[in-house]
Write a protein that binds this ligand. Sequence first.
Ligand code: C2E
Ligand code: MG
Ligand code: MG
Ligand code: MG
Length: 286
Amino acid sequence: AARNRGGNIAHFYSLETVLQDAEWLELESALRGAIKRDELSLHYQPQVDLRTGAIVGAEALMRWLRPDRGMISPARFIPIAEKTGLILPLGIWALRSALGEIKRLRDQGLPIEHVSVNLSARQLHQQDLIPQVDELLRQADVEPGSLTLELTESILMDDAEYAARTLKALKALGLKLSLDDFGTGYSSLAYLHRFPFDTIKIDRSFVQEMHTQNNGAAIVDATIQLAHSLGMTVVAEGVECEQQLAALRSSGCDYVQGYVFSRPLPTTELTSMLRDHPVFTMSPNK
Ligand code: C2E
Ligand code: MG
Ligand code: MG
Ligand code: MG
């Protein structure tokens, strides 16, 4: 996404923006209705340990099934939820559901180590975020370490001081923090290490470039080595093929998430995968 940083930017309304505004308004009111009608759900994408092939966790990803129009992508409705503040009740709902899901899986003897939930900028700046997350963790009846919150770099940069304090307070609750979409922003890992992240997620664009760009693989490899030397674990996102998998494995990447193993799944399908197929067979390293 294009980002404007400082400078003088001329604002004008093109036909495109007007149409986009109209579409947003329509989506906003539809989204309010959808929440009432329970049209939102969470799908879960398995995260796989590259050494063992075991499913160690899952990322919760919001889905909106509009009866008349099919699936609406979170890339479209999350920004609207952000802008309107609807993300606050939605975010709480997502946290409560994801914690409920991990408890339900464990109760069935299908343990996964953690569930990851995305946290948006608006939520980070919500006054009572810490007591709310604390309360949800208490109600959930799972160890706080079972929850990972994913945040992107752009969320931290508006007010880095505030973000650092808030992340520290979240960590003090016992949960884990993951830096999402790493590499798409402007900051170095050395700088981002000031924030108490346990994990970085290498963005899908870098995974793709491993085999399509000169030095693409070297950049991913160096990122993994640096993250490790800073004491962080590494998840690669959007891994789609065996070739990427092999390269990530030889670079010592810890975990992988992507279509090569599984798309995000409805809870019923996640449950059957954990029951019938909890460990993927890894082809030997080349
Ligand atoms: P994200 O957190 O970076 O999630 C990863 C996205 O990559 C997901 O898109 C996932 O379905 C997609 N993906 C996973 N594996 C592959 C692959 O192998 N190839 C390709 N091409 N894509 C893959 P999705 O589900 O459309 O979500 C988009 C974004 O919406 C997320 O990016 C996240 O920023 C946001 N989002 C989704 N659910 C939530 C939520 O509950 N709360 C908040 N605040 N944001 C959310
Ligand atoms: Mg994420
Ligand atoms: Mg991501
Ligand atoms: Mg993303």
